[in-house]
Write a protein that binds this ligand. Structure first.
Ligand SMILES: Cc1cc2nc3c(=O)[nH]c(=O)nc-3n(C[C@H](O)[C@H](O)[C@H](O)COP(=O)(O)OP(=O)(O)OC[C@H]3O[C@@H](n4cnc5c(N)ncnc54)[C@H](O)[C@@H]3O)c2cc1C
Length: 474
């Protein structure tokens, strides 16, 4: 007989979004039930951000050994123990896991049910032996790797983000289907850890980013030996003895790549299946659950957040959504999402970060918008660290207001924050020139690009005339 629970809030999915809602609700003393069918922490902790960044860190360590010759330090090909790399990755997950654990959440006052949740009606969710009738539900079930319907793929062993971090032996030749951020981050990390890597992309890599910035990333990856095949329409996948082979068409020509492992990184699919969304009267599509700007679904009791709500799929988005839902569901405040200043980072080396409008988007909205760039080559710290690849680009709209920024270069992910603030607060490019940036830091690129915005004006005929006139003043 199912036990009926009647909490104020029931959260389905204990990943980045769901955990934030549950923790905040519990902190306000609100009765909350959290349902999780898999591992606490969701994709980010177990199969996403955390293991990928730990693997990238291992790749960076290997590359540092390889590259150290340029500093006069004995550079050589490093010896890599992939089993130990795997232990490092899982050690990092293990170090963070207690923060997301059942024990911690129960201590916070959250009732955790480890089972799959499924709506039976617009008001009732079933999970294990429980029926939950909550005042509000929050669906935060995340997303999974989209597996494209390529003939032969289902009959061939392949890896996704849920399985690749379990490899204890290095894949000799990893073929990555998909040249988006996930595919490229993992491609470079594996290459640096000694694997042969081929990326097969149907269109061009990182299509959402500034093409000039993507060129810098592409050049670096290719320089390190990652084979990138763009414009490749994969026709089929098959076993070839104990190898796996991909047949594709590139610019009208047939080609074939054979390797030892395939990683499918061809986009994400929101987890909408098996949730009883039809029974609950919740509208959804293949892109995710349909939500309004307050993240309400078509069922007034139910909110949806994070990857399952479509849109930008990042941990910081899920966290941002959680804050919006807390204000709406707990305090009845009409908080709405504002996506103007959402940053994202691709953690390749060099990193690529972005916020706001790209140059092309800004020009489309306002033909007078302009971009200004500054090269990392002009930065003394980048020179000292021999990391001069890349540039910063600020996109400036009417009245000198910053509407976007792209950075490609060392630590671009760390450098984007002042630009997030600038876009969010509608600061002017001049605000960035008046700050004092510590020397020598990579942060100086932000001040210098803002300064570069004024350079043409400083040397304009008008300024020259003003300066000449001032020389006659007493
Ligand atoms: C390889 C990789 C690297 C990434 N790197 C980054 C990064 O560097 N930075 C970044 O911001 N983002 C990154 N992401 C994206 C990030 O992981 C997701 O955006 C984030 O995890 C989404 O949070 P969420 O709460 O929506 O879903 P999730 O964290 O996936 O949590 C959803 C949870 O719901 C559970 N669930 C699903 N259905 C049910 C059900 N019916 N009943 C009960 N439980 C259910 C799942 O088991 C899961 O635990 C990466 C993703 C991948 C795959």
């Amino acid at each position: 007989m199912a036990e009926t629970l009647t909490p104020d809030i029931c959260v389905i999915g204990a990943g980045s979004g769901g955990l934030s809602v549950a923790a905040a609700a519990a902190a306000f003393g609100v009765p909350v039930v959290l349902i999780e069918k898999g591992k606490m922490g969701g994709d980010c902790l177990n199969y996403g951000c955390v293991p990928s960044k730990a693997l990238i860190a291992a790749g960076e360590a290997a590359q540092a050994v390889r590259d150290s010759g340029k500093f006069g330090v004995n550079g050589h090909e490093p010896a890599i123990d992939f089993g130990k790399v795997n232990a490092h990755v899982h050690g990092v997950i293990g170090a963070i896991a207690p923060n997301d654990s059942v024990e911690r959440f129960e201590k916070l006052g959250v009732r955790v049910i480890q089972a799959a949740g499924r709506f039976a009606s617009p008001k009732i969710l079933l999970a294990g032996d429980h029926a939950i009738e909550a005042r509000r539900f929050v669906v935060s079930t995340g997303s999974a790797a989209f597996v494209p319907p390529i003939p032969g793929l289902e009959a061939t062993p392949y890896l996704t983000n849920e399985t690749i971090f379990d490899l204890k032996e290095a894949p000799a030749h990893l073929i990555v289907i998909g040249g988006g951020p996930i595919g490229l981050e993992l491609a470079q990390a594996h290459r640096r850890l000694g694997c042969k890597v081929t990326v097969v992309e149907a269109f061009s890599i990182m299509p959402k980013d500034d093409p000039a910035a993507v060129d810098v990333v592409r050049e670096m990856l290719v320089g390190e030996g990652v084979e990138i095949i763009e414009g490749a329409k994969v026709g089929s996948v098959a076993m070839d003895g104990n190898r796996v082979a991909i047949s594709a068409e590139v610019a009208g020509k047939a080609m074939r790549v054979a390797g030892t492992h395939i990683l499918v990184a061809a986009g994400r699919r929101p987890n909408v299946n098996g949730l009883g969304l039809d029974e609950a009267g919740i509208a959804y599509s293949a892109k995710g659950i349909v939500v309004d700007r307050r993240l309400r679904t078509s069922n007034a009791r139910v909110f949806a957040i994070g990857d399952v709500a479509g849109g930008l799929q990042f941990t910081h988005m899920a966290g941002y959504h959680a804050g919006i839902v807390i204000r709406n569901a707990l305090f009845n405040l009409p908080a709405k999402v504002d996506y103007r200043a959402v940053p994202w980072v691709t953690y390749t080396d060099p990193e690529l970060s972005h916020v706001g409008q790209t140059e092309a988007q800004a020009r489309e909205a306002d033909p007078t918008a302009k971009a200004v760039t500054w090269s990392f080559e002009e930065n003394d710290r980048a020179q000292a660290e021999r990391a001069t690849e890349g540039f910063i680009k600020a996109v400036v709209g009417k009245g000198g207001v910053v509407v976007g920024a792209t950075i490609v270069g060392r630590h671009a992910g760390e450098l984007i924050l002042p630009w997030v603030l600038a876009v969010q607060k509608r600061l002017k490019i001049g605000d960035m020139t008046s700050i004092i940036a510590p020397y020598p830091t990579l942060s100086e690129v932000s001040k210098r690009v803002a300064g570069a915005w004024y350079t043409p004006q400083l040397f304009s005929n008008r300024t020259r005339r003003v300066v000449r006139a001032m020389q006659w003043l007493p």
